[in-house]
Design a protein. Structure first.
Length: 101
């Protein structure tokens, strides 16, 4: 019978992404960015989202979500050049352009 500790390490080796990543929904900085957008501060929300986007370790789905959120915030701030830069650098969900308008 394998020891529990060796089994734990075997799981970490097989599934490293599941080990210690908190995820985007658990990031307090993302909650702050969402709150800023809700408070009518799209520029603040966009800057916070872009800071998170520049951090490494996000999954591709989280990166897409962050980029889409930042693009929406920049669109609400009427910063088309920032939206285009994000669209060129990342895949965005199409819905951002409907919500931001």
């Amino acid at each position: 019978m394998p020891k529990p500790r060796s089994l734990f390490f075997a799981i970490l080796v097989l599934f490293p992404a599941a080990s210690f990543s908190a995820g985007l929904d658990d990031a307090s900085e993302f909650a702050d960015a969402r709150q800023a957008l809700s408070d009518g501060l799209p520029g603040v929300a966009a800057v916070k989202a872009e800071r998170l986007l520049n951090q490494k370790g996000w999954t591709s789905a989280e990166t897409r979500r962050l980029a889409t959120f930042a693009a929406e915030a920049w669109a609400r701030e009427e910063q088309a050049d920032r939206v285009l830069a994000l669209a060129e650098a990342h895949e965005l969900d199409d819905e951002v352009f409907c919500r931001a308008g």
